[in-house]
Design a protein around this ligand. Structure first.
Ligand SMILES: Cc1cc2nc3c(=O)[nH]c(=O)nc-3n(C[C@H](O)[C@H](O)[C@H](O)COP(=O)(O)OP(=O)(O)OC[C@H]3O[C@@H](n4cnc5c(N)ncnc54)[C@H](O)[C@@H]3O)c2cc1C
Length: 315
């Protein structure tokens, strides 16, 4: 079923997409948000570092956000966008149930997927006993026995960073090729224990609480919190279908965009983790708002061009 065009189609209803929708709906734009309902931080019971919302459940934040967006007349569609095509003024987004949306502009705020290493027991701890971001969960891990599992060269940075929150840090399985003498000396000087072993399992008690890790030499170590760097994978299928240029970042290939989220494809913006893998929730929300202001200005210019052309045609 085809419908009359929206001013803006927003794919992804996390913090980025919803904040973009809020600003655009308040700018009296016809906005639709398509959301598959899987925000990246859905595994975490609490969200931190968001002024006035610190400690709120991530899902509650989005529920509050959806209510605000709906209050200004935007539409929210539950579903997954499977394809996007077209050009500025006439984009078509097709949903998994076959519904087609057409819109003048498009924001992709689909976020990213965290690909965890396949260590048995790790997925069960994700978001509670095992976390990635010290700015999100470091305070709650303060002074605890922290383990950092080496997954990439970035883990060295993570191991040195978490020392800010606890003096009891064990760095497990760092890649010997990347852990040069100076780095090792720096970590050890601050009391970080370095174990070369690989982690074979993440251990939990009967209630499912993290208790430690098992190592490949058969030993176990007791831990209260694990920090792990999953591989971030951009949910960028729609952007690639549209031909958006990619750039190389420390987190991998990512869609190139300007500070407003404008991509190489005219009429297509990105916001949140779709634009910046390192964006915290408040940064993602701000990116959505930023993209929204740029898009509204772009639509105002478009509306003005049309009005001038129509006036000229009438004469
Ligand atoms: C375990 C964990 C804990 C975290 N804790 C914190 C914290 O305490 N504080 C903090 O600031 N940050 C935290 N983060 C980071 C936080 O998750 C991100 O900053 C935030 O989710 C980025 O928002 P976003 O809107 O860009 O993406 P998301 O929140 O991931 O939202 C993207 C939305 O788009 C939808 N979507 C994707 N593809 C499609 C599609 N094709 N069609 C329709 N919908 C689609 C998804 O289902 C999802 O609902 C944490 C991350 C993790 C993994």
């Amino acid at each position: 079923m085809n419908e009359s065009p929206w001013d803006v189609i927003i794919v992804g209803g996390g913090a980025a997409g919803l904040n973009a929708a809020l600003v655009l709906a308040r700018a009296r734009r016809r906005v639709v948000v398509v959301d598959a309902g899987e925000p990246r931080n859905r595994f975490a019971p609490h969200m931190h570092g968001y002024l006035t919302r610190d400690g709120l459940s991530p899902l509650d934040l989005l529920e509050l956000g959806r209510a605000e967006v709906l209050g200004y007349g935007a539409e929210i569609v539950e579903g997954r966008a499977v394809s996007a095509s077209g050009e500025a003024g006439a984009f078509t987004v097709t949903l998994d149930g076959g519904r087609m949306l057409t819109g003048r502009r498009l924001i992709v705020a689909t976020g990213l997927r965290d690909e965890l290493p396949g260590i048995p027991g790790l997925a069960e701890q994700w978001g509670t006993g095992a976390v990635a971001c010290p700015y999100c969960d470091g305070w709650e891990a303060r002074d605890l026995r922290i383990g950092v599992i080496a997954t990439s060269a970035m883990s060295i940075h993570q191991a040195s960073l978490v020392r800010q929150w606890s003096a009891h840090v064990t760095f497990v399985g760092p890649p010997t090729t990347e852990l040069d003498a100076d780095t090792r000396a720096g970590l050890e000087a601050r009391g970080t224990r370095i174990l070369p072993n690989a982690v074979t399992a993440v251990l939990a008690d009967a209630e499912g609480r993290l208790t430690g890790v098992a190592l490949d030499d058969g030993s176990t170590i007791e831990l209260d919190r694990l920090f792990v760097g999953p591989r971030p994978v951009a949910r960028d299928e729609l952007l690639r279908q549209l031909g958006a240029e990619q750039m190389t970042t420390p987190m991998g290939e990512w869609t190139a965009s300007d500070p407003f989220g404008d991509t190489s494809v005219a009429g297509v913006w990105v916001a949140g983790n779709s634009a910046n893998a390192g964006a915290l929730v408040i940064v993602a929300a701000a990116a959505g708002a930023t993209a929204a202001t740029a898009i509204n200005a772009d639509l105002v210019a478009d509306d003005t061009r049309r009005a001038v052309a129509e006036l000229a045609a009438d004469r």
